[in-house]
Design a protein around this ligand. Structure first.
Ligand code: FES
Length: 161
């Protein structure tokens, strides 16, 4: 019995010796690696984003091809990229082409066309605009900026005033 206690006592000591307690050095090393990784991400992410699309590559563009004409059938809308912002081109139920900024004037969510209801919806706070970009209801304080629309061959060309 005493021999068993002695054996189990020596086993516990062996376990205690095999579990390494973290040292200040381990803590500092882990902290330094974490900090370096975060710093690298902080620097590299904006750089990678800039290299992918520099802000000057379209931030102030005045004109763009929004869609092919057959991409926007009657009573539908399509989001397109207008410089660094989304735009929306839509064809009303009567067949008229219209284009607006797709940035809601409330808190800048992206709006969408609601087919069959024939209005533009901002789903963030249920803001609604009519097909002239005027606010129908909800919190948006101003109408959507409207763009000029031309059809050139198969392209819907949108121009900012
Ligand atoms: S962001 Fe569009 S209604 Fe609030």
């Amino acid at each position: 019995m005493a021999e068993m206690q002695h054996k189990s006592g020596s086993t516990d000591r062996g376990k205690k010796q095999s579990i390494k307690q973290p040292t200040k050095r381990d803590f500092l090393t882990t902290s330094l690696v974490g900090f370096s990784t975060a710093l690298a991400g902080f620097i590299l992410y904006p750089l990678a984003r800039f290299l992918k699309q520099p802000p000057s590559a379209g931030g102030n563009i005045k004109r763009t091809i929004a869609a092919k004409i057959d991409e926007v059938p009657v009573d539908s809308g399509k989001i397109f990229r207008f410089g660094n912002e989304p735009g929306i081109v839509l064809r009303t139920p009567s067949g008229e082409l219209k284009a607006f900024t797709a940035v809601c004037t409330h808190l800048s969510c992206t709006v969408q066309y609601v087919p069959e209801e024939a209005y533009i919806l901002c789903a963030c706070h249920n803001g609604k605009y009519d097909l002239n970009g005027q606010v129908i209801s909800g919190p948006p304080p101003r109408p959507l900026e409207e763009f000029k629309v031309d059809v050139q061959a198969d392209d819907i060309v949108v121009t900012r005033a």
